[in-house]
Write a protein that binds this ligand. Structure first.
Ligand SMILES: Nc1nc2c(ncn2[C@@H]2O[C@H](COP(=O)(O)OP(=O)(O)OP(=O)(O)O)[C@@H](O)[C@H]2O)c(=O)[nH]1
Ligand SMILES: [Zn+2]
Length: 352
């Protein structure tokens, strides 16, 4: 396969960020894996390993980011000049008590939300993933696997379609590449796809079926800067139709972070109803003229959907609060440091 920047997902959006000077003197490389000690980047005909320390000023970085390097200096452990702005970003709540954003995958075009046509199928979970996709600004495609084990596939599809007008839903036996033709539109050269879904729904199976040839991946060395072979799982695949597929461990367990926009977009109908309540501070419990209560009574609004909306919003508010509090704390700490510094300086001046 002919490999160029387009193959790696390069788009006018990135090109436009380069100055005239940069156009001639730099080269952009895409991050394909982030390990503890090093970051692996890819250009059309080579892969390089960069010590994480050299990227300290650019952190946090995500798999899928584009980094700019001096063209003449691009080699193992070259220092990246900067990171290009992202077209899309999937982030998650970082582990720990405090809520912090941890970027996972960037610059992807499509998110395959994978579920199987069995007890794993959970409409609220799917809705949550839709919020995530909307927040990340990527196109969601719902992939329903294990259709071969299910007698009433249409029922699952019908339920899924209620989630969002125009939502793309594909049904397949993930083991059979011929059944994945419907997904090809999102897997073409220049496109980048990521997968989410619970354990066992068939993500690895899908990857195997979409990437049977893996032509480009052979050119990606899995060695670190010192030439040692690393045993970390592969994170980047080239699909048979030419697109890239990113599968990082972080994507396999995702939590929503700040997702107000995503909630607003996925639940646009609910927000319209809320705007129709008679009182602007309606709690939607028992106020007269409550459009939500009325929609629930007339079955215009699914109680499950209403419950999930409230749950996601609450989660989002809690997270946002924590971030705000965190900023407040950082500010106070900064002030404290400055005061101490000033105090020290004063004393020094007196002693001088
Ligand atoms: N019959 C059938 N089996 C499937 C299908 N998709 C996946 N499987 C099987 O389901 C099992 C789990 O599939 P995986 O691809 O490992 O699932 P996964 O989502 O990658 O799971 P994790 O790695 O835990 O996240 C395997 O035994 C697959 O062969 C399908 O469409 N039909
Ligand atoms: Zn109301």
């Amino acid at each position: 396969m002919f490999i160029n920047h387009l193959t790696l997902g390069w788009k006018p959006f990135f090109q436009q960020q380069l100055t005239l000077d940069e156009l001639s003197s730099t080269i952009a490389a895409r991050i394909v894996a982030i390990h503890r000690s090093h970051i692996q980047v890819l250009i059309p005909d080579a892969s390089f390993s960069i010590d994480t320390q050299l990227c300290a000023k650019l952190q946090p970085l995500a798999v899928g980011d584009w980094l700019l390097f001096e063209a003449t200096l691009l080699q193992d452990n070259a220092r990246p000049l900067r990171r290009l702005s992202r077209l899309s970003l999937i982030a998650r709540k970082a582990v720990g008590e405090q809520v912090a954003v941890q970027p996972i995958v960037s610059n992807i075009d499509t998110l395959f939300i994978v579920s199987s046509c069995n007890q794993d199928f959970n409409i609220s979970r799917l809705e949550r993933y839709l919020v995530l996709a909307s927040e990340a600004r990527v196109t969601p495609v719902l992939v329903l696997t294990k259709s071969d084990q299910c007698a009433d596939v249409d029922d699952f599809v019908a339920q899924a379609r209620t989630l969002q007008p125009g939502l793309m839903v594909e049904v397949c036996d993930a083991r059979d590449p011929l059944q994945l033709q419907g997904l090809q539109a999102w897997c073409k050269v220049g496109q980048t796809v990521a997968l989410v879904g619970s354990s066992g729904v068939g993500k690895s199976t899908l990857i195997n079926s979409l990437c049977q040839q893996q032509a480009l991946t052979q050119t990606i060395r899995e060695d670190d800067a010192k030439g040692r072979h690393t045993t970390t799982a592969r994170t980047l695949y080239v699909m048979d139709s030419g697109g890239l597929l990113i599968d990082t461990p972080g994507m396999r367990e995702l939590q929503l972070l700040s997702c107000e926009e995503g909630v607003q977009s996925v639940f646009a109908d609910v927000e319209v109803l809320i705007n129709n309540c008679r009182f602007s501070n309606c709690t939607h419990e028992n106020e007269p003229g409550c459009a939500i209560q009325q929609a629930l009574t007339t079955n215009q609004l699914d109680p499950r959907r209403w419950k999930n909306y409230r749950k996601l919003l609450k989660e989002q508010q809690r997270n946002a609060e924590t971030i705000a509090q965190q900023h407040q704390r950082d500010k106070q700490f900064g002030r404290l440091c400055r005061n101490i510094q000033r105090e020290k300086q004063k004393r020094k001046n007196i002693n001088d």
